[in-house]
Write a protein that binds this ligand. Structure first.
Ligand code: MF3
Ligand code: CO
Length: 290
């Protein structure tokens, strides 16, 4: 990192002098780095303008999920959900980020019951009474990325499955409580993992959250199975997702050999996930995808 002079323009592009902009924060970050902690590099710290761009993108993202919430019903195929996302995103001037991402064939991920994530929508997969489905919407607007997902319950869901969905939702809240500058991502991870465990559930280890905003998936990788006091330091301007995958049974997963995408629980028990995109602020966080 090039050392900036106090009176040089700040690296963030605000036009302000470094000493009145990010200098104090950089010095504090440096202290943590010297103690051996993982710290964010400048390129993952967003400016207020960039956060506004992500906020705008998030508006589309939320509107799409709200519309799915209105329309989803027993008898609908996940292929129909895909068309809804694709059409609505275009109509609002956005781009569906999943389409063609690493070759992903559709515009949204729809993950039903024992599918953990990355389910591929299909006209053959008809939603039925008792299903739980995660719909994961990722949106690009004016070059800015937003990412969020919700669970939907169809008809009469078994009470223990309903409970899984509720606890997965609570995991977001207990995680958010740990999001503030100078905490670590591991503080958030442990709070989430403890909450899942306390309820008899497990958290998927291999797949997690991510930085987001200027790209679909940015640094850091956000785990929900690491320990308090570890992982990257949180500082204002970081934007990332919280999206723990909570399994009713064991944490083990496997990927479908045929499509290369669909992730299943190894034991066939259901899995639930909610996802939010957030920005770390001066004293806590702002949820962008609500
Ligand atoms: N939306 C997922 C996430 O939360 C990523 C899906 S990648 C895709 O990170 F290609 F399957 F869309
Ligand atoms: Co995500």
């Amino acid at each position: 990192m090039k050392k900036l002079g106090r009176n040089d323009p700040c690296w963030c592009g605000s036009g302000k002098k470094y000493k009145t902009c990010h200098m104090a924060m950089d010095e504090r970050i440096e202290q943590y780095a010297l103690q051996g902690h993982m710290v964010p590099s400048h390129d993952i710290i967003k400016t207020p303008e960039q956060i506004e761009g992500i906020r705008q993108s998030s508006r589309l993202n939320i509107a799409i999920l709200d519309e799915i919430e209105k329309q989803i019903r027993i008898g609908m195929s996940t292929g129909e959900i895909d068309r809804l996302v694709s059409d609505m995103t275009k109509q609002m001037g956005g781009i569906a980020a999943p389409f063609n991402y690493d070759g992903f064939p559709k515009s949204v991920c729809t993950s039903v019951n024992e599918v953990v994530c990355h389910g591929i929508p299909s006209d053959e997969r008809i939603l039925k009474d008792g299903d739980i489905v995660n719909v994961d919407v990722s949106t690009i607007y004016n070059g800015y990325f937003s990412d969020s997902s919700r669970m939907f319950l169809l008809g009469n869901v078994e009470p223990e499955t309903r409970r899984l969905v509720e606890v997965a939702r609570e995991c977001i809240d207990v995680g958010l409580e740990q999001v503030k500058p100078w905490n670590f991502l591991g503080d958030m991870a442990q709070a989430i993992n403890d909450h899942a465990k306390k309820n008899g559930y497990s958290i998927v280890r291999e797949i997690g959250g991510h930085g987001v905003g200027l790209e679909f998936h940015e640094e850091p990788f956000v785990s929900y199975v690491t320990r308090k006091g570890t992982e990257m330091l949180m500082v204002p301007g970081m934007v990332f997702t919280i999206e723990p995958m909570v399994n009713m049974g064991k944490a083990d997963i496997y990927i479908d050999d045929n499509d290369g995408w669909t992730v299943y629980t190894e034991d066939g028990k259901p899995s639930a996930q909610w996802e939010v995109t957030l920005a770390v602020t001066e004293n806590g966080y702002e949820i962008l995808t609500y």
